[in-house]
Ligand binder design. Sequence first.
Ligand SMILES: Nc1ncnc2c1ncn2[C@@H]1O[C@H](COP(=O)(O)OP(=O)(O)O)[C@@H](O)[C@H]1O
Ligand SMILES: [Mg+2]
Length: 236
Amino acid sequence: MAQVICIANQKGGVGKTTTAINLSASLAVFEKRTLLVDCDPQANATSGMGLDKNALRRTLYQGLLGDSAAQALVQDSAIPALKLIASNVELIGFEVEMMAAAGRETLLRELLAPLRPAFDYIILDCPPSLSLLTLNALTAADALIIPLQCEFYALEGLGQLLQTVKRIKRALNPALEVGGILLTMFDRRTNLAHQVAAEAERHFKDLVFKTTSSTTRPPRAPRAISNWPVRSCTPV
Ligand SMILES: Nc1ncnc2c1ncn2[C@@H]1O[C@H](COP(=O)(O)OP(=O)(O)O)[C@@H](O)[C@H]1O
Ligand SMILES: [Mg+2]
């Protein structure tokens, strides 16, 4: 039965999608059956996996609206053990159309339920907001990983995210745990990176992963997963 891991932080550009793709690819390279679900209408995980966002026939949107079974949404990738449920900009419509629907926060959990026995891990890449899509992802997840970019305002907004986690745990998903905080774009040569790491550890103690996602300079150009040599898919 798959463990469902949600990658969320309402800030944009902190490394959610990069973490989601690298974690998924790494698990799959180690032959864990892994499903990456792109829950962001910007669909960077979809294009990062090498798919053309404009040429998709079935996406998460159709699944969430009940117009497609989950199995029909699952697509292959360049790595045999790694599958994807893709998205595109249509997914914005989900927020609008479902805003007043009863049970709107549990739609993703219900959609993924029949897929859980077929995978070891399901990774959910979230949009940069605490929108209905993120609430759905938190409601569907067993664990939350929070990428925290090592920059000046890193910890701002984290309180709001953790409050949301508490509310979801109480009302919708008692199983949800914070799996950990991943320091991203960690440049060990700067004082700022070490200050952010120290501050995060002071507040969140053992929740901060010892493994960091180091910064690459100049920033790595986005690269479709189909172009990766398998050996480069090292854990983040
Ligand atoms: N470790 C890293 N080193 C350098 N650049 C990175 C690193 N991780 C992510 N980036 C870059 O930072 C930008 C934001 O990353 P992304 O994963 O898209 O964030 P999010 O999904 O949170 O918006 C992207 O241009 C990405 O290529
Ligand atoms: Mg993203």
